[in-house]
Every structure is written in C-alpha cells, then in structure tokens.
Design a protein around this ligand. Sequence first.
Ligand SMILES: Cc1ncc(C[n+]2csc(CCOP(=O)(O)OP(=O)(O)O)c2C)c(N)n1
Ligand SMILES: [Mg+2]
Length: 552
Amino acid sequence: MVTFFGQMKPGPSIGEYLIQRLYAHGVRHVFGIPGDYVLGFYDRLFKSKLRIINTCDEQGAGFAADAYARVRGLGAVCVTYCVGGLKVANTTAEAFAEKSPVVVISGAPGIKEREKNPLLHHKVREFDTQKRVFEQLTVASTVLSEPQTAFQEVDRVLHAALRFKRPVYIELPRDLVSVPGIPHHRASEIHERSDSKSLRAALSEAEQMINGARKPVILADVEVHRFGLQDQVLRLAQRTNIPVAATVLGKSVIGEQHPFYLGVYEGAMGRDDVRQYVERSDCVILLGAFMTDINLGIYTARLDPARSIYATSEKLSIRYHTYEDVRFKDFMRGLLKLRLRRRALGRIPHPTPVNSFAFRNGKAPVTVKRLFERLNAFLSDNTVVVADVGDALFGAADLFIRHRTEFLGPAYYASMGFAVPASVGAQLANPKLRPLVLVGDGAFQMTGMELATVARYRLNPVVVVLNNSGYGTERQMQDGPYNDVWPWNYSRLPEILGAGRGLVVETEEELDGALIEAEHWKESFCLLDVRLGRLDRSPALERLAARLAKRL
Ligand SMILES: Cc1ncc(C[n+]2csc(CCOP(=O)(O)OP(=O)(O)O)c2C)c(N)n1
Ligand SMILES: [Mg+2]
C-alpha cells in the first residue's frame, strides 16, 4: 500500500490478519488463558477490537467458545502450546462431533528457536505432536509458519469452519505473530455451488415423494440451526401444513409453542405420541439430522430409509438414491420453490405446556419431575437453557422452549462439565439472553469454578445444581461407591467468589421461592442447590436407563 507521501505502509502482520478475519466473521470475544508461547498474540488481541475472556481453566474456555459458536455462528479459543492446547482437545472433540464452528488458536515455539533448541518447554514428543492431535479433531488445520502463505491459510481454514460448521486449528509460532504477510492480500470469498443437474433431480424426486405421501412429517435437527435455516423450515411447514418434530440435539430449532410442532422425537425414549406419528409416516423429511443413538433414543428409533428424505450438509439421499454435490442450503431453498400441495392440517400431537405450577404440598421434598415442571414456568422469552450431561439433559428434553436456539446441550458427544462455562459463552454471544444452567452435582464439580468467570465479566446465569449426591445416571445402570462425590456446600460458593447468591432448596415451597428470587435478582449469578433423592430421576431417564441396562 503506497501512502500519500509515497512510503510503503506495511500490510497487517500475521497476528493482525487473523484478528481482522475473526472480527469480519462476527467474533467479538476470544476465550482462553495465555502462556509465554502466545503472549505476543495476546498483546495484539488486547489492543484489538476483540475482547479477551479469561477463564479459570482452558477446558472452560473451550466449552465457552463452543456455546458462543452455537449462538453466534463462530467462536474462538486461544491457548498456549500443549499444556493449554491439549486441555481443549476434549472440548474441540465435542464441537467436532456436534458441529460447532470453533477456531482453536494455539501459540507455539518460534520456528527459529526450534532449530537451536530441540527441548523447549511444553513440548510433548515432536514439535508437531499437538498439531497432529488436532488434525483428528478438526475439519481443517494449519501452522502459520510461512509469511508467504499465512493469509491464504487463515482464509482456507476459516472457510472450512463456516462451510462444515466444525472446529479448525490454527497454530501460531511466536516468532511469526508480528511478521507481515504478503501485501495487498484480499480475503477470498469462496462460494461453492451445487451441481445443478443433481439438485434438480433430487428436488423432482422430493416433490413427487412429498406430494404422493399421505402423512409426511419433518424431523428437524441441529444443522437447521447451524446453517440458519429455521425460517425456511418454518415456511415449508406453513406452506404445506406438514408438522415438524425435533431431535434432542436439534431441540428448539422451532419454537415449541408453534401449532405445527409435535415435540421431541427420541425413539422409544421420547413421548409415545410423537414416536408413533413419526414412525407411521410414509414420508419422513429429515433435515440436517444426525442419526446418533442418543438423538434417536438409543437405536430404538425405527426410521425406514425407503420412506425418508435425508438432507444434511454432508449427504443427500431420497429413498435409496444418493445425490452428490448438493448443498444443504440449496436443497432447502429448492424445497420452498416446489409445487408442494397444501394439505389439511389433521390432528397432530402437541407437547403439553406446563404453565402454572401450584404445589399440592409446599413441604413435600422436591423431585426431579416436579423440579422440571416448575422450571418450565420459569422460562421466558429471553432464557437460554444450557443443560449439562446427566439428568439435567434428559429432564430438559421435556421442557417447553418458547423460541428457537434457546436450548444448548451436548446431546451427542456428552462431555460432562459443559454447562457452566457454556453459559459464559452463550451470554456473551447474546447479552439479551439470561442462561438457565441445569447441571448435575458431578458435572458441577468438574467446571463449576467457572462461576468465577461469570462473576468477573458480570454475567448473571441462574444455575440449578441437581444435587443427587453423585453420578445419578451411572447409578441407574450399575451402582457402587465410584458413583459418589464429595458433598460440597454449593450454595456457599458466593462467599468464596465474592459474588452471586446461593440458595438451598429441599421442598417445593423453597423451590418456588428460590426461583422467584432468582427471577428478580439479576446482579450476578444465582445458584440453587436442589437436594434430590439419590435414585430419583426424570421420566426420560427412566426410559433411557431401562434401555441402556439391557444393552450392557
Ligand atoms: C467428562 C465425562 N466423564 C464421564 C462421563 C460419564 N458419565 C455420564 S453421566 C455421568 C454422571 C453425571 O453425574 P451428575 O453430573 O451428577 O449428573 P446426574 O447423572 O447425577 O444427573 C458420568 C460420570 C461423561 N459423560 N463425561
Ligand atoms: Mg448427580
């Protein structure tokens, strides 16, 4: 770039370029913990328009970035070499498995210093050991070791994250952060198109099949959310009067109060009326669906490919025909242009909303079932439910979510410890949302210390600890002392953290009072230590446990 006075103004450095591109893609916060290999980049981040969010542990940063990506479309976590990087291996695995586009940025030893000193600190085995681990956990990865190609590499890798909605890995050797890349580089916008013949053929078969069907049904899953296709799905339903069910992972892609909404389909684990409706349909339109075991109720789901249209970002098949090179978005758009007949909206099952909670006996101990009934009434239009693994997640499947994208839970990879840090990411991604965190005592003990991060950045989730004295889900399958946890005094954490409010809940009356208080007190987090019976469980877990036990 030549300035007015004819001097060459250097283009951005590699570190600056990465920051610019993250910003251009809507990222405003970067989660992580620094270390000497990434300090230079942290300084650049600090001076940039992006805000650094320091978590207590890298795993917390990884979960927060994942939730941020789920709510906002792209998230970023920035850590130091190996000691930090390998701690986000698990969260990156979860983001990969559940399709969340997280950019993992790791500092690394400088390329020059590697030559002089082969035994630099934090090194595991070879200098590329961490990179090789992340190759397995991401959809694209790069080491920005060449100024000539660094900008293109950033473009390529970020494009892959957005195209596949999966995590990517960028390693930044510390001696390259300030090095300029090639001047005059323009970020390349890559537009992939569908093969038009293949798309046309697929749409024509879809049209025939849908119009010929007696009782079609749409099953909407997580990719509808990741690709921002909620409105299209809704329009398709409205135009044709075809009802919609969601999976657990895709829960809340459609507002659950919608007249076309059937409920969550989870094979034999879910509500029976939804299961029957979907399984008896002669045309199941699976949109953005993951055929996972938990999503579909531990393999109990009976979906016949001969009666299915299966469209995702990776695959499109109709009955037994597979169509290559058709992008999910194009297929969805195409569906809306078809001449699909509008049918009479027959009688369809609906989830039963629980609006009012009146306790029969205020002194009765809280049960999981009653807890969720009461929580249902607590949900408002700006609640985002963030559920951790365990009965928190199973019970939450029956919650009645008012709008879309307001349910986050690791329903497939199922790593414990997601919810508290994820609430940090979710609320920063959209400050209008107030997270309702549902977390088991076991999962809370893994990452609950991220409440310190909540306090530090002045966030205000309502955290419900389902305290059943241990790993309840495991107990249902096989019990032993290995399922116990040390009983913490959860409600007193605010004393340690100097922020928040803690309440112990044993009875229905106390639950009611605590939630009313939480609704009004918004200065910081509210933690409810809800004491439950060791073997108490939600109706959904009851169904699931019975099935899992048979398979052991
Ligand atoms: C990181 C991780 N470790 C172990 C497991 C296996 N696991 C699944 S559920 C569960 C128990 C969860 O306990 P808690 O968080 O208290 O919830 P609860 O089942 O009691 O509702 C365990 C250990 C897991 N899913 N993730
Ligand atoms: Mg528990």
